[in-house]
Design a protein around this ligand. Structure first.
Ligand SMILES: Nc1ncnc2c1ncn2[C@@H]1O[C@H](COP(=O)(O)OP(=O)(O)OP(=O)(O)O)[C@@H](O)[C@H]1O
Ligand SMILES: [Mg+2]
Length: 216
């Protein structure tokens, strides 16, 4: 048997389809003392004016992909990667390792009782699954997702469905999840579910902090 590698701290990967309620759920865990590391926010800051990924993006795609402020020209990049899967892979090769490193650094600096990584495409991405101790999926029927995103983003149904078609299906996400929050009713229906999981996660995080790694 090889020597046990240092055990990464207990962490949760929070995922769910568009509009399922990930941000709503993350806020409720944060209010109970969890640290949220939001990979969407990290991706956005990497491509904000003079963000850490901008030099590599300009080197790979050209200066036309940066706007006057030094931020990613999102509309231009979106139309490029929509039409060109090679370009999409090149962009992801720039962004994904940087998102991962920034997320791990944020987690290492976090002061909450445990870390929740919010990763919309956690099931799709492959590598995040191995990086978290438990996967938590927020689930609701697809009609509910569609109605929420249409209302929130003022989008037509066809556009919401197109976004959903690019994400893993509901059943595959449920199959990959260790824990599920059911979010088809009102916000108040979330409270008991989140209280129960928060207590479970607190117990797990205390246990992994005290058990020698060889015993896990
Ligand atoms: N249980 C609920 N009852 C009513 N509205 C809800 C409920 N949960 C979430 N919403 C609303 O639905 C919309 C989508 O929720 P939220 O932003 O939390 O989803 P998300 O999974 O983070 O979406 P995205 O994938 O776009 O980041 C928001 O406008 C939110 O206020
Ligand atoms: Mg969100």
């Amino acid at each position: 048997m090889t020597a046990a590698a240092p055990l990464p701290p207990f962490s949760i990967g929070l995922t769910g389809g568009i509009g399922s309620g990930k941000s709503t759920v993350a806020d409720l865990f944060a209010a109970r003392g969890a640290s949220i590391v939001d990979t969407d926010l990290i991706a956005h800051s990497l491509t904000a004016p003079h963000g850490a990924a901008m030099p590599a993006i300009v080197a790979a795609f050209g200066p036309a992909f940066a706007d006057a402020a030094g931020a990613l020209d999102r509309a231009r990049m979106r139309s490029l990667v929509f039409a060109d899967t090679g370009a999409k892979a090149r962009l992801e090769a720039i962004l994904h390792p940087r998102i991962r490193d920034a997320a791990l650094a944020a987690a290492a600096a976090a002061t909450g009782s445990y870390v929740i990584y919010a990763v919309p495409l956690l099931i799709e991405s492959g590598t995040w699954r191995e990086r978290v101790t438990r996967i938590l999926a927020v689930d609701c029927p697809e009609e509910v997702q569609i109605a929420r995103v249409m209302a929130r983003n003022n989008l037509p149904e066809s556009q919401v469905k197109a976004i959903m078609a690019a994400q893993v299906g509901r059943q595959a996400r449920l199959d990959a999840a260790d824990d599920v929050i059911e979010n088809s009713a009102g916000i108040e229906a979330l409270t008991p579910q989140i209280d129960r999981l928060h207590n479970l996660y607190l117990a797990f995080s205390k246990r992994t902090a005290t058990i020698p790694s060889q015993r896990l």
